[in-house]
Design a protein around this ligand. Structure first.
Ligand code: SAM
Length: 407
């Protein structure tokens, strides 16, 4: 053992430290770089997060202005979207032009409305809750937008919408199905509808033939419009926080729609999708279904004959109404099912249905796997054989009811 002089030991220790640190930096430079970068990023991220948090808090205060003073009813779907970034994203994805009149269903306290008013020519806002309307009006006038808005107090499913050319809304999820039906099957002309909906609903809306979620809603909407996924929205972006996540979807009405009677189509898809995974053969051979179709086909075919005869006599409407009333009294599917005198007629009609299914190669097919082209082909085969689905005595089918029943 030899003693190192203290002065030398100090130098030695420093050298070792230097070497160690040098070797650390030289041999593990990438690690050093990464560590340094990581630490640097951490600080940066932390600062950014803090800044965002502060900004968010400030912006959220504005977004939370409205609903703080009232009790929100979950039964009315009153979940207020408070994340400013999501609200901005919805407006940006909707692609609103300064000349647009926007229809907004369920404006609530106006978080989305104020943004729409900034970019559009006009906003038509339909709100069922008068307390919301009060808050909305107050906020709208605080921002000086009162001349650009038309607030309609009432139920969006019942209200007549004034003219609009684009829809942007965070709607109450409970009315998604009938509202979409009202928009796409109603007499409205609009460029697109950007809607915030329940995530599960969007999956069903966008489902394709063969997907487990494929259903009548997707089939019917697809006939007249294109629906595209836009983005997911977390349930944490709402107050109060709902139980489900959401997605934004953009629905664009098609320029050209197949030449089909919409009422007939809606009634037909309802019949097909009553048991979407059963074969069409099994569905249409059911006694009740045969009775229903027989009754409707008889009524519709007679009605058409009457229109031809009566129009020759010049009293079309009155005669048709008379006949409709007569038939309405006697027509009841149950009677058809239980009336043994109709036995032969029912059996002939059933054979006719089966024949159509066989000719088209549809007997063993399942509606959940059919494209709209195939469904249109089958409907046309049925109609050409005098098999009808829609009972026009009830006027236009309420598409809301038709679509609603699929959920
Ligand atoms: C999900 S909140 C959306 C509020 C606001 N648009 C937002 O993004 O925070 C739905 C709104 O629709 C309203 N509402 C519910 N049912 C309605 C109906 N049938 N017709 C019109 N508005 C309705 C509710 O009162 C509520 O204000």
């Amino acid at each position: 053992m030899f003693n190192i002089p203290k002065s030398l030991s100090l130098i030695f220790t420093k050298e070792i430290q230097k070497t160690r640190s040098l070797s650390f930096f030289s041999t593990k430079s990438s690690r050093h770089y990464n560590l340094f970068k990581k630490n640097d990023e951490d600080d940066y991220t932390k600062a950014k997060k803090q800044r965002n948090l502060k900004e968010n808090k400030e912006e959220t205060r504005e977004e939370e202005k409205g609903h703080r003073s009232i009790h929100l009813h979950k039964s009315r779907g009153q979940h207020i979207l408070t994340n400013p970034r999501v609200l901005d994203a919805i407006v940006s994805k909707a692609d609103i032009k300064p000349t647009d009149t926007v229809l907004e269903i369920g404006p609530g306290t106006g978080n989305l409305t104020l943004r729409l008013l900034e970019v559009a020519k006009k906003v038509i806002a339909v709100e069922i809750d008068k307390r919301m309307i009060e808050i909305l009006n107050k906020r709208v006038s605080e921002h000086g937008f009162e001349d650009k808005i038309n607030v309609i107090s009432g139920d969006a499913l019942k209200a007549e919408f004034p003219q609009f050319n684009i829809v942007v809304a965070n709607i109450p999820y409970g009315i998604s199905s009938p509202l979409i039906a009202k928009l796409v099957f109603g007499d409205y002309s609009f460029r697109s509808a950007t809607l915030l909906l329940q995530k599960e609903f969007v999956r069903r809306l966008l489902a394709k033939p063969g997907d487990s979620e494929f259903n009548r809603l997707a089939v019917n909407v697809k006939l007249v419009a294109d629906a595209k996924f836009v983005m997911d929205v977390s349930k944490r972006d709402f107050v109060p926080c709902p139980r489900v996540d959401s997605s934004v979807v953009k629905i664009t009405p098609k320029d050209e729609v197949p030449d089909v009677n919409m009422n007939e189509w809606l009634a037909f898809t309802r019949a097909c999708f009553s048991k979407k995974n059963k074969t069409l053969g099994a569905t249409f051979k059911q006694k009740r279904k045969v009775a229903e179709l027989l009754r409707r086909s008889q009524l519709m075919n007679e009605r058409e004959e009457t229109v031809v005869i009566a129009s020759d006599k010049g009293d079309t409407d009155e005669r048709v109404e008379e006949i409709d009333e007569e038939k309405e009294q006697e027509s009841d599917v149950e009677e058809y099912v239980s009336d043994s005198s109709l036995g032969t007629e029912m059996s002939v009609f059933k054979d006719k249905i089966v024949e159509v299914l066989k000719v088209g190669g549809f007997e063993d097919k399942r509606p959940s796997k059919l494209s709209n082209e195939e469904l249109l082909c089958l409907l046309s085969l049925f109609n050409r054989s005098g098999i009808r689905f829609h009972d026009s005595r009830h006027g236009n089918v309420d598409p809301g009811v038709v679509l609603d029943a699929s959920f």
